[in-house]
Design a binder for this molecule. Structure first.
Ligand SMILES: [Zn+2]
Length: 328
């Protein structure tokens, strides 16, 4: 956002414009999307203090409901004004250490969508593996076909991560995995099977504890692939095996699927059909679209922005533009 736009918006906010916008859109429910809640110089996340600031703001201006209650209310045509549901993706350990204590403090319902292979400690989330390689590389430059030289220098690794990440998004799962392990070889580092801190997951016992305390757990597949790119048997495996792992560990069958990457093009009709067949009753996207009760397998979400002012603005206007290649 440009400085001039920010100044203008601050004036609008001070004149009560955000409040006015929120009240105009009070019957448009918000589904808010969070990823990591941690403060780390090299890992993308929202600092716990900033997260609490956002949660405190939400508690003043919105009516926090679980996504299940929101869907039930929508079905019965009685969505509460200012309804907002909190959702979290992936299942990194900081959800347990940082997010959940704050959510409990405010007594807010929330849903966490987990990648079950990641929780089992057998799968790295590939954007994390990419970052791990760049952060630990023993060589200054990595050569990548079609991309040229990629710097692993600390000051440039964020740019390198995006460059490589955008490239990875265009590859099949197998091609992406071979590229990542070739990069690890070139960087002269060995990659353990289980993701290492700060890329480690929440554990099943921690999930059991939070589930007993009210956390709703949904599926974010087994290995976090782009579902629309999969052959039908792999698609069914990702949807069904993640649901049965959750059922096995938590004793509750998940009804929500959160599509990895979550762009509209990552969610085909075949994906939705397979999700329904696997017993899911709703699906979450990673992009914003207006809540529509007749499209509950394409529920749009607003990504909680790190910038508090932009966060408030996005919640007021119920709109968000994200670059199409944004990794999540
Ligand atoms: Zn994800």
């Amino acid at each position: 956002m440009s400085t001039i736009k920010k100044i203008l918006l601050r004036i609008i906010e001070n004149l009560g414009g955000f409040q006015l916008l929120r009240s105009i859109k009070k019957n448009d429910p918000v589904v808010l999307m969070y990823h990591r809640i941690l403060k780390d110089d090299f890992v993308n996340g929202l600092a716990p203090q900033e997260f609490e600031k956002q949660i405190a703001y939400i508690s003043k201006h919105f009516n926090v409901v679980s996504i299940e209650d929101l869907l039930r209310d929508a079905k019965n045509n009685c969505v509460k004004p200012y309804s907002l549901a909190l959702t979290f993706d992936d299942g990194h350990n900081d959800f347990y250490t940082h997010a959940w204590p704050i959510l409990k403090k405010y007594n807010f319902p929330a849903s966490l969508y987990i990648t079950t292979g990641f929780i089992d400690g057998t799968t790295w989330l590939w954007p994390d593996l990419l970052k791990y390689i760049l952060l630990n590389s023993n060589t200054a430059i990595l050569k990548v076909e079609n991309l040229g030289d990629i710097s692993t220098h600390k000051t440039e690794h964020h740019i390198s991560w995006h460059k490589l990440g955008d490239h990875c998004l265009t590859l099949s799962t197998d091609a992406r995995n071979s590229l990542l392990y070739k990069l690890a070889d070139d960087a002269k580092i060995s990659v353990s099977e289980t993701p290492q801190p700060p890329f480690h997951s929440v554990t099943w016992p921690q999930l059991q504890e939070m589930h007993r305390e009210g956390l709703v757990v949904g599926s974010h597949t087994v290995t976090h692939p782009i579902l629309s790119s999969l052959a039908i048997e792999n698609l069914h495996y990702e949807l069904a095996a993640s649901a049965s792992a959750i059922q096995q560990h938590l004793g509750a069958t998940p009804i929500g699927i959160c599509y990895p990457n979550g762009r509209p093009e990552d969610i085909s009709e075949a994906v939705i059909k397979a999700a329904e067949l696997s017993g899911y009753t709703y699906g979450l996207m990673g992009r914003y679209s207006r809540f529509n009760n007749t499209r509950i397998f394409n529920i749009g979400r607003i990504a909680a922005n790190k910038d508090f002012f932009y966060f408030k603005w996005t919640l007021a206007r119920r709109k968000q533009d994200i670059p199409s290649s944004y990794i999540q």
